[in-house]
Design a binder for this molecule. Structure first.
Ligand SMILES: Nc1ncnc2c1ncn2[C@@H]1O[C@H](COP(=O)(O)OP(=O)(O)OP(=O)(O)O)[C@@H](O)[C@H]1O
Ligand SMILES: [Mg+2]
Length: 397
């Protein structure tokens, strides 16, 4: 029987591409076309462990090394150094077809002359599966994906969403240990993407197959991932659950990447006043709650970056009563009604903040608004290293 262990492990994995950069010459040198070899280090010391059955999302801005990481797991790129394990097997030297993985790409190129059935069966035929087994697998996958009625159609007779399902079906029939997906939904329009996102979640629950999913969309990452790996410049910034990434970001980059609108960052100082610790910015003075003072001693009297999410700022009139609040005033510069809430762009001293407040706020442009911020949700970062100085606990206290 095949091993069912589908955990994937990357240990100190690096990828360096040997590129060629154009020769830079001074203007007085004779122009001669030429290139000098150059190296680009695109994945740096990646340590990852994906548990059997887990849905792990790699997210980050364009060019941060997500696809390269995934392609190394698939065997389509060779790791420059480090070890890659699938199950208990080191697969660095195992060819892609023997890694027991199935990939779904953004460009899922279906064979146009084949029917949906044939497209889904193709990989199994190549692997010389008996026809009865092929039929059983294709029908089962088609049932899961709700495309049984489309099996005799050609790809051109399908909608974008249906084609995407067929591409998914091609991977499912393989019954691999691991699914690798690289932006599989990005060719779909926004509405369809949301729908497919929900279906992917259901599918994963049904099949329980370890999945590594690449996206640059933070909503997709937050909604799909059991855990999320946030990358920047080839370096893993944080690997955590969606909630921890949101509530307890390890650094300013993670804090700013997750959440919309982004967290407000305000230059401030930490001051010790009569036994209290205060965050002092140009338009704010906030007492740090006792339970959040740990680790701040060495920063007293120094500059810090204060972070607060727009949704943790309230119109004082509508502030939660069960949470400790710090009050402040700010001048409203922009008022954006979103229906369920209002985005206020305000000026507090020299600093600008975005606040997501109650739809019934009485704040108006040009007037001073009375605001409150949730003290349990404050964030503090070292302005030089951008690392979090201390972090809220998981319960938000
Ligand atoms: N074959 C290659 N040779 C040289 N550099 C490469 C090669 N493939 C990728 N790169 C570079 O490696 C970096 C990471 O690329 P990668 O495709 O992994 O990014 P990504 O995070 O998937 O981005 P996107 O969201 O745009 O798909 C980029 O700077 C890219 O230019
Ligand atoms: Mg990519």
């Amino acid at each position: 029987m095949e091993s069912v262990v589908g955990n994937v492990r990357l240990v100190k994995v690096n990828k360096v591409f040997q590129g060629k950069a154009p020769v830079k010459k001074a203007w007085y040198e004779v122009w001669k076309p030429g290139h000098i070899p150059s190296e680009v280090h695109v994945v740096k010391d990646a340590d990852l462990e994906i548990r059997d059955g887990e849905f792990l999302v790699l997210v980050g801005p364009s060019g941060c090394g997500k696809s390269t990481t995934l392609r190394m797991v698939a065997g389509l790129e060779e790791a420059t150094s480090g070890d890659i394990y699938i199950g208990d097997r080191r697969v660095n030297d195992v060819s892609p077809k023997d890694r027991d993985i199935a990939m779904v790409f953004q460009n899922y190129a279906l064979y146009p002359h084949m029917t949906v059935y044939e497209n889904m069966a193709f990989g199994l035929k190549l692997r010389k599966f008996p026809p009865s087994e092929i039929e059983e697998r294709v029908k089962k996958a088609a049932g899961l994906l709700d495309i049984e009625h489309l099996l005799n159609r050609k790809p051109k007779e399908l909608s974008g969403g249906q084609r995407q399902r067929v591409a998914m079906g091609r991977a499912i029939v393989r019954r691999p240990q691991v699914f690798l997906m690289d932006e599989p939904l990005s060719n779909l329009d926004a509405k369809l993407r949301v729908q497919m996102r929900a279906e992917l979640q259901k599918l994963h629950r049904t099949l329980g197959v370890t999945t590594i999913y690449v996206t640059h969309d933070q909503t997709e990452a937050m909604t799909l991932g059991d855990r999320i790996v946030l990358m920047k410049g080839g370096i893993i910034q944080q690997m955590d659950t969606p909630l921890n990434l949101y509530e307890r970001p390890a650094n300013q980059y993670v804090a700013g990447f997750i959440g919309s609108p982004s967290m407000n960052f305000i230059p401030a100082r930490l001051e010790a006043v009569d036994g209290r610790v205060e965050i002092v910015a140009s338009g704010l003075r906030i007492e740090v709650p006792a339970e959040r003072r740990q680790g701040l001693e060495s920063h007293l009297g120094k500059a810090v970056t204060f972070g607060i999410r727009p949704e943790d700022i309230y119109d004082r009139q509508f502030a939660r009563e069960d949470a400790p609040m710090a009050h402040f005033e700010a001048l409203v510069e922009v008022f954006e009604p979103m229906g369920s809430e209002v985005y206020l762009y305000v000026q507090a001293g020299a600093d600008q903040l975005v606040c997501r407040v109650d739809a019934h706020t009485s704040a108006r442009v040009g007037q001073t608004a009375q605001l409150a911020l949730d003290l349990r949700k404050i964030h503090l970062f070292d302005p030089e290293t951008e690392l979090a100085l201390n972090r809220p606990t998981a319960s938000g206290c």
